[in-house]
Design a protein around this ligand. Structure first.
Ligand code: MN
Length: 149
């Protein structure tokens, strides 16, 4: 996707968000940002291919297996966004407050066109997860049952 959508939606100079650049693509970090915008949601982002692939999860990332959460894919964000917390002013895209809810690293276990399996190691979240593409921008985010070693 690249960062064109990200940049077109924002007026840098008015929003404190980073304009950013695509990165090297070698990172394996993730972040969950609690975003109190017009509707509270949690932005889940995985560092992949030099950007943060991003999903808005209205009910938050599940911490137990069996709970399915809608995750709506949003525009790729620059890798710098991983450290962003602050207030986006009234009238700007995504107006509201952003807090870092969790961060850490992930391991990509399997990727197909319709599914992304990964394992998280964060401060709050850990274990095996899967994102399943359903249609359009809609995905389901679930915690997988741990396989016995
Ligand atoms: Mn958001």
């Amino acid at each position: 996707m690249g960062l064109e959508d990200y940049r077109q939606k924002r007026k840098f100079g008015r929003t404190p968000e980073p304009a950013g650049e695509a990165g090297s693509g070698e990172g394996n970090r993730f972040v969950v940002q609690r975003h109190q915008a017009s509707h509270l949601h949690y932005d889940f982002r995985l560092e992949m291919e030099g950007v943060l692939r991003s999903w808005a999860v209205p009910k938050g990332v599940p911490d137990m297996p069996g709970v399915r959460r809608l995750a709506v894919q949003t525009e790729d964000h620059p890798v710098d966004y991983i450290d962003f917390a602050g207030t986006i002013p009234e009238g700007e895209y995504g107006a509201g407050t952003v807090e870092i809810w969790d961060k850490g690293t992930f391991r990509l276990d399997k990727e197909t066109a319709a599914q992304l399996e990964f394992s998280l190691e964060g401060e709050r979240l850990s274990g095996a997860y899967v994102l399943i593409h359903t249609d359009g921008k809609n995905w389901l985010l679930l915690k997988r049952k741990e396989k016995p070693q």
